[in-house]
Design a protein around this ligand. Structure first.
Ligand SMILES: [Zn+2]
Length: 204
């Protein structure tokens, strides 16, 4: 439960109670990942020594003593893209995430997922927490998952990011997961030249 003073402090920073994660007395170090996964920027923790404030960054700094810590936390979080790639030859899609979408577009075929070299990056969504959105989309499509062998650094690996479902279902899933997970979407992009398919092109 937040005090009136805490609520008005949050408002002064453009935040609200929905941005707050209750640590229930646990240390920031223990709850940091959990708070991040929940999309919460501020921790409600034990009172600070200087003034008894309870609102902190995920690193544990008192934001009421020093509100600039909030902006610092924002700046150090690199936004990234959750992307969708398709291979027509396999009839598979791949959902991954990256902080360098230009390079990923260029390199997507070098790893030859599933032995294919016709991967095309056809959609991406830029969000503040790309890793969390990627995992949510993978989980939502798990019944379509396929094991895609690929070579990385000369060694054979298996990717669990490929799915035997349509590109449309994959895009819809990424967007749905972004909405349900409370992600702030910064931009998205669809390939104008991509012919969107409503059906699965190939069953396993
Ligand atoms: Zn303080």
């Amino acid at each position: 439960m937040l005090t009136r003073e805490e609520v008005s402090f949050l408002q002064s920073q453009g935040l609200s109670s929905t941005d707050v994660f209750d640590t229930k007395g646990r240390s920031p170090r223990v709850v940091r990942d959990e708070a991040r996964a929940a999309g919460k920027r501020i921790l409600l923790g034990v009172p600070c020594q200087a003034a008894g404030h309870r609102l902190r960054t995920r690193a544990g700094h008192c934001v009421q003593c020093d509100p600039s810590k909030i902006a610092y936390q924002q700046r150090t979080e690199v936004p990234g893209d959750v992307y969708l790639a398709v291979s027509s030859s396999l009839g598979w899609v791949k959902i991954g995430s990256t902080t360098n979408i230009a390079q990923r577009r260029y390199k997507i075929n070098f790893d030859a997922y599933g032995g294919a070299s016709d991967w095309k990056l056809v959609f991406f969504l830029r969000v503040s927490d790309h890793g969390r959105l990627e995992l949510a989309a993978h989980a939502a499509l798990s019944r379509f998952a396929v094991d895609a062998p690929y070579i990385k650094d000369g060694r054979k690996q298996v990717s669990r990011e490929c799915f035997g479902c349509s590109d449309l279902l994959a895009v819809k899933t990424i967007i749905d997961c972004a909405g349900r997970g409370g992600h702030r979407v910064e931009t998205d992009w669809r390939d104008q030249n991509h012919h969107w398919q409503g059906q699965r092109t190939k069953d396993r």
